[in-house]
Design a protein around this ligand. Structure first.
Ligand code: BTN
Length: 243
């Protein structure tokens, strides 16, 4: 396992991106940082966590040959790998909130930011950024956030979480390479937060509506049953779940 351990960096995703431009980087190279000064979250948000307490790392996955509309397989593999790796801890109600937030007992403990670039021959380079709240216990302005330490009421060894995540990810990515994605999708759907339950959503125009989550399709769209049993699929940027 090729692990680059940094003390402080702007963003492990950006660091890995820069490294790729300068030199050959092995598949599954991992970059960890104790502190990110400009950590990035989904949809242009920031990922700000307490220095030294949590896992903030990026993994390079390259040589994946996927159609553009199949890239979501990777999101599925990453989210499922985190759930699998955490399942040896006694944490209740681990779930994946679409598209790929990791929740426990209804609170966010982890987030995933995948940045893809596609080469002219169709090969995909993916930088998979993972932030997992491990030993942070104070989330002042974030009432919907939690950490492994808060849930287990003890400190948790970060390394003992990182290695199993990478092992699960390596296995699940090879399933994608072998076009054997059924099992990871099954696990993803089995863990999908609030599946089958009426939930409030908000669209980009700010309108609120109720929908029942049926599942996520291969391209990553969330399929909802709306009023009058009308079924509609939404892209990530189109709606957010109000929970
Ligand atoms: C989210 O918004 O839920 C995604 C958060 C992803 C954070 C991780 S921390 C390591 C990697 N480097 C970054 O700048 N972001 C990701």
């Amino acid at each position: 396992m090729n692990i680059i351990k940094l003390d402080a960096i702007n963003s492990t995703n950006d660091y890995l991106k820069g490294l790729l431009q300068q030199q050959f980087v092995e598949n599954f190279t991992i970059v960890t940082a104790e502190n990110q000064t400009d950590g990035k979250g989904q949809m242009g948000s920031k990922w700000n966590v307490q220095s030294g307490k949590n896992l903030t790392f990026s993994v390079l996955v390259k040589d994946l040959l996927l159609e553009v509309n199949q890239i979501f397989h990777l999101n599925v593999a990453v989210a499922v790998s985190i759930i699998e790796a955490l399942s040896f801890l006694e944490i209740k109600d681990l779930a994946i909130k679409w598209p790929n937030d990791i929740l426990a007992e209804g609170k966010k403990i982890g987030g995933i930011l995948i940045e893809n670039s596609i080469k002219s021959n169709g090969e995909i380079f993916s930088i998979i950024g993972i932030g997992l709240n491990v030993n942070q216990r104070d989330f002042k302005n974030l009432p919907k956030a939690s950490s492994l330490s808060l849930l287990l009421d003890r400190d948790v060894d970060k390394e003992a979480i990182l290695i199993p995540i990478i092992e699960c990810l390596t296995r699940n990515v090879s399933l994608i390479l072998n076009k054997n994605t059924e099992s990871i999708w099954e696990k993803y759907h089995a863990c999908l937060y609030k599946k089958g339950i009426p939930m409030p959503f908000e669209n980009v125009k700010g309108s609120k509506f109720m929908g029942i989550i049926n599942g996520v399709d291969q391209s990553g769209k969330l399929q909802l049953t709306l009023e009058d049993d009308f079924v509609k699929s939404y892209e990530i940027k189109e709606i957010r779940m109000l929970y």
